[in-house]
Design a protein around this ligand. Structure first.
Ligand SMILES: Nc1nc2c(c(=O)[nH]1)N[C@H]1C(S)=C(S)[C@@H](COP(=O)(O)OP(=O)(O)OC[C@H]3O[C@@H](n4cnc5c(=O)[nH]c(N)nc54)[C@H](O)[C@@H]3O)O[C@H]1N2
Ligand SMILES: Nc1nc2c(c(=O)[nH]1)N[C@H]1C(S)=C(S)[C@@H](COP(=O)(O)OP(=O)(O)OC[C@H]3O[C@@H](n4cnc5c(=O)[nH]c(N)nc54)[C@H](O)[C@@H]3O)O[C@H]1N2
Ligand code: SF4
Ligand SMILES: [Mo]
Length: 714
């Protein structure tokens, strides 16, 4: 508990103001305190302090969190609207009214000329719950468009789809992070928390100190894999076979938990039959993981009293990501792990509000409360809260990549909030060309991102420390972001932008600027839905340091619901309360190596940069720690191509070419190269990636494509 009032003074406080880091889904607690830095120093006059009482990170922060206040500084950020006054002309400073009038005018023009679905919105998992909620409402009511989706589609959508299929509910982790430390065995699949969530690493360290086993599945020997009891290094794109191979061994060795399977699941016979077709030697041939290692992993997992599988982007960002996660879930079900203490399946969601951002209606197929847009009851409920006829709500729209691919064709105007697809979308050169072909592009951002630089109008918005709102972390814990200082003059909040645009388009009411007012409406809209927030209030979050959903409002006069840190202990969220096995079989990646493109490319992250780098590339300390892109490759591959450490490597795929210096290391498979995706320009990894989509989640295959590597210069 902490004594900070819910509403804090707008001037920077002497005592630390408690809030959360603006970046990843761990949402580390931190304090913000006024410094004595003179205004002329260019610093924001705020420094980050430790907040040891917050349970998730217990005071620890990574370098990104520690330096987050630097992006608040003038000189780094946008402080006035920008507008292109003639086609192809430069972005020039503009007044707010002028900029908002222009956007509203263009939206009307596009709608009149091409219909409501010609206007689209692209959102982000970094937006607060309030912003994500209001953005979905804005799309469906004000624009009347079905065309809204967001960057979370590129993030954990495959795990979400698999979770819904198996458990009837998608909440990244169905238990708090602390349960990791007390489990008997954790298989961490395609996740590198040592770089992507450093304060979380302590839970894995504690797991091992408590005698539990850590198994890491990653084609690279990462800083996380170095800590593991067992590191399996499969060929990228083969996790599905690996999980099925383990399940095969579980059955063959008689280690199925028959009682649990009979009592708590359905569909085992079909799933078992599918797994039995993946015998260990075949799996070794597909994955490159030796059979004895596979057996060792199964032994650790089955010997432990409790055990969990956690996945992140490695197995999920594949064109078969949903089935791949499904196979790992099957393993947890067959061994009686899901819905048991210190056990089960979880997905480590990525963005600051990666969890909440997918629950409140900015996803193409969803309405608030994790309701589905195709469900008549859900439509009626939400339309009731919004005071409109359910029939006026559009149906589901295109998924993120499909939407970007349709720009300049069916879709003529786009509003982007909190994403930088020029750097982060697959087949990025094509996406960039599509963005340029739009009739009209508007971007709300805190900095002039590569995507904002293409816009006709750019609106400068407030940042985390300058605004209130809620975010839901990877555990499903709803947290409060508190305002610690006033934004610079000339900067407005995303909520205020939506309010002003809605008003110009005839919606004077229904789009409040005050986050708490929006949250109160969100609570009503989510009531009775899967992600029920109706019992959560700002005050409760402040007092309890977070509340886990679902948390329904109490009956009249009843006691408050305590929130739900642990799901599925009694029953799963399916109609019959049982988890559903899904029969899945391995298949190749959308693009396998061949004579022309003989090497596998996989992509991911480094410690000091965040996502498209729009924010972290503007922080000196982070930039000097990770100044640019690189190509990680094994000495054998390097030697075959005459490449030495530091040489510029040209990596070519069917979609494009990228250049970056070589990092030669034995920490990667010889058949695979790795590139981080944080940079634009010639080192942009996404110039190469394959937009092949998972049929269910519509997730692009960021983690596997076929490339050729050559030495560009010495
Ligand atoms: N420093 C930093 N931290 C971040 C972010 C950031 O950009 N920078 N972003 C945040 C966000 S939004 C996210 S989604 C998370 C992502 O967090 P992670 O999922 O941990 O990050 P990635 O580096 O994308 O992928 C993890 C690992 O997957 C491995 N991998 C690649 N291909 C395969 C494969 O086919 N199978 C398997 N099993 N593994 C494979 C990679 O080698 C990599 O080490 O991080 C969050 N935290
Ligand atoms: N090759 C490859 N590509 C990938 C991935 C991969 O592993 N490999 N991972 C994918 C994943 S998991 C993700 S999550 C995406 C992320 O990629 P992006 O969607 O590009 O994410 P960010 O770089 O975080 O972009 C957020 C933008 O919003 C701005 N911003 C921050 N806060 C706010 C706010 O409150 N309001 C507004 N309006 N703007 C704000 C930031 O300045 C920044 O420009 O990348 C995907 N792309
Ligand atoms: S781990 Fe994530 S939330 Fe924590 S300080 Fe680093 S970036 Fe921020
Ligand atoms: Mo992500």
């Amino acid at each position: 508990m902490n004594a900070t009032p819910v509403t804090q003074p707008a001037s920077p406080p002497r005592e630390p103001a408690w809030t959360h880091c603006p970046y990843c889904s761990l949402q580390c607690g931190m304090g913000l305190r006024r410094t004595d830095a003179p205004e002329t120093s260019g610093l924001p006059g705020l420094e980050v302090t430790e907040r040891t009482a917050f349970p998730v990170n217990r005071g620890a922060l990574c370098g990104k969190g520690r330096t987050a206040t630097e992006v608040l500084a003038a000189g780094t950020r946008l402080t006035e609207p920008l507008m292109r006054r003639s086609p192809g002309g430069p972005l020039e400073p503009a007044g707010w009214d002028e900029a908002l009038d222009r956007i509203a005018g263009e939206l009307v023009r596009v709608r009149e000329a091409h219909g409501p679905d010609a206007s689209a919105i692209f959102g982000g998992g970094g937006l607060t719950n309030e912003k994500a909620y209001l953005l979905g409402k804005f799309a469906r009511l004000v624009l009347g468009t079905s065309q809204i989706d967001y960057n979370g589609r590129f993030c954990m959508s495959s795990a979400a789809a698999a979770g819904i299929r198996a458990f009837g509910l998608d909440r990244g982790l169905p238990f708090p992070m602390e349960d990791i430390a007390t489990s008997g065995c954790v298989i961490l699949v395609g996740s590198n928390p040592a770089e992507t969530m450093p304060p979380a690493l302590r839970y894995f360290t504690e797991l091992r100190e408590n005698g539990g086993k850590l198994i890491v599945v990653d084609p690279r020997r990462t800083r996380t894999a170095e800590q593991a009891d067992l590191h399996l290094a499969p060929r990228p794109g083969t996790d599905l076979a690996l999980a099925l191979g383990m399940l095969h061994l579980v059955v063959a060795e008689g280690r199925t938990d028959e009682e649990y399977v009979a009592a708590r699941t359905t569909g085992w016979d079909e799933a078992r039959a599918a797994a039995m077709a993946h015998w260990p030697e075949l799996v070794e041939r597909i994955t490159g993981v030796p059979v004895p290692q596979l057996r060792e992993a199964v032994a650790h997992f089955c010997d432990a009293e409790s055990a969990m599988v956690l996945t992140a982007r490695g197995p999920e960002q594949q064109a078969k990501g949903t089935d791949t996660v499904g196979a790992w879930i099957n393993l947890t079900l067959a061994t009686g792990r899901a819905g048991r203490p210190h056990s089960g399946y979880g997905c480590l969601t990525g963005q600051g509000n990666g969890q909440g951002g997918r629950e409140h209606g900015q996803k193409a197929d969803q309405l608030p409360g994790y309701r589905m847009l195709t469900d008549p009851e859900a439509r009626a409920h939400v339309a009731g809260v919004w005071g409109v006829d359910p029939d006026t709500l559009p149906g589901p729209g295109r998924s993120a990549y499909e939407l970007l691919d349709a720009l300049g064709r069916d879709v003529r105007s786009l509003l982007v909030l909190a994403s930088n697809p020029v750097v982060s979308a697959p087949r990025a050169a094509h996406v960039e060309e599509r963005l340029r072909s739009l009739d009209f592009l508007a971007v709300c951002d805190v900095v002039l991102s590569e995507t904002a630089a293409l816009a006709d109008v750019v609106l400068p918005v407030t940042q985390w420390a300058e605004e209130g709102g809620t975010l839901t972390n990877l555990e499903g814990r709803v947290l409060l972001r508190r305002k610690a200082l006033d934004p610079p003059p000339g900067v407005r909040s995303d909520l205020s932008v939506l309010n002003a645009l809605a008003a110009r388009l005839g919606w004077e009411k229904g789009f409040p600027e005050d986050p708490e007012e929006v949250f109160d409406e969100l609570r009503r809209a989510s009531a009775g839905g899967k992600a029920d927030y109706s019992g959560i209030t700002y005050r409760r979050i402040a007092e309890e340091d977070g509340v886990f959903w679902p948390c329904p409002a109490p009956e009249e006069g009843g006691a408050p619901h305590p929130g739900t840190p642990r799901l599925f202990l009694d029953r799963f969220a399916t109609p019959d309360g049982r988890a559903r096995f899904v029969p899945v079989t391995h298949r190749p990646s959308a693009e396998e190596p061949d004579a022309e493109y003989p090497v596998l490319l996989t992509t991911g992250r480094v410690l000091a940069q965040y996502q498209s780098g729009a924010q972290t590339r503007r922080v000196a300390e982070l930039n000097s720690a990770a100044p640019g892109p690189f190509v990680q490759l094994h000495p054998q591959l390097a030697e075959r191509h005459g490449i030495s450490e530091g040489d510029t490597v040209a990596v070519t795929s069917r979609r494009g070419r990228a250049l970056a210096p070589a990092r030669v290391t034995r920490d990667i498979r010889p058949d695979t190269v790795f590139m981080p995706f944080h940079w634009p320009g010639q080192g942009r990894a996404n110039s190469l990636t394959n937009p092949a989509l998972d049929p269910t989640s519509r997730m692009p295959e960021f983690k596997v494509c076929a490339v050729r590597v050559e030495r560009a210069t010495r």
